[in-house]
Design a protein around this ligand. Sequence first.
Ligand code: LMR
Length: 335
Amino acid sequence: VLKTFEKEPVTVLVTGAAGQIGYALVPMIARGAMLGGDQPVIIHMLDVASESLNAVKMELIDSAFPLLRGVVATTDVSEACQGVNIAIMAGGIPRREGMERKDVMSKNVSIYKSQASALQQHAAPDCKVLVVANPANTNALILREFAPAISEKNITCLTRLDHNRALAQISEKLDIHVSEVKNVIIWGNHSSTQYPDASHATVKIERGEKRVAELFADDDKWLQTEFITTVQQRGAEIIKVRKQSSALSAASAVCDHIRDWVLGTPKGTWVSMGVYSDGSYGIPPGLMYSFPVTCKNGEWSIVEGLKIDAFSREKMDASARELIEEKVLANSCLY
Ligand code: LMR
């Protein structure tokens, strides 16, 4: 008898699963966009809105996804965290028009404090955590503080959405396909102080690569002005137009983040991830800061040795300063 080899299912938690991002994300996970087309998954969904959560569960079942091996829909945080291998923390109050992401701080950090304890007690010991809800970097820092048993290497926050937005802006401007652009960097906070940096980015040309900066030689101001502000303000722009914060692009970025973290980044390519600073590039340890990283064997490492000019330095430090302020503010909300 021919027995086909099947991988053990991976259990993925999605908090805020009945929300906008959750609704876009769970079918992507169930279709293999996060962990690959040969990886069975069990999805745990947590939300306070139990009716809409059950409706999402019914729709997942009705989709007859071949990779989906189980669905748990619950309002109980301990049950939701039980045995999870990957935790996508999208639950929280989203920001509305006119708000900065830190304006949702006081409500969201207390959620992250309590969910940290549940994850620490019930998740798999090597669970990988991705914080999506804003203020993402600071929520991740709080989670780290209240879940000391989870390795700090396993707690990250999402800046892949900004990274993808940066790739997309360059691709639109140069009228080339987005897959031909790589190695932009998002430094810092997932906020309007983030620094989208294209100074090391390249585009694919016939036989090799060309630096993006060279292609903008005639219009080099764009990369230092409009490019930066467009990416910084893109979340706000979506809220203005959609009347709700971005959801499908956020969900897709979540899949990209986890896929690259678990399965590895392609050779010669880095991505941006919010991770615990080890002091690289002079960024103070004790902050969750977005760096360029490569991933291999399920571990990320910061790309070291990139040259930082004075323009970049100033912007990287400004975002670090904001994160220090957010940290103080978060602690004042908690104690
Ligand atoms: C985004 O960047 O789209 C999200 O962080 C939502 C927001 O508040 O901007």
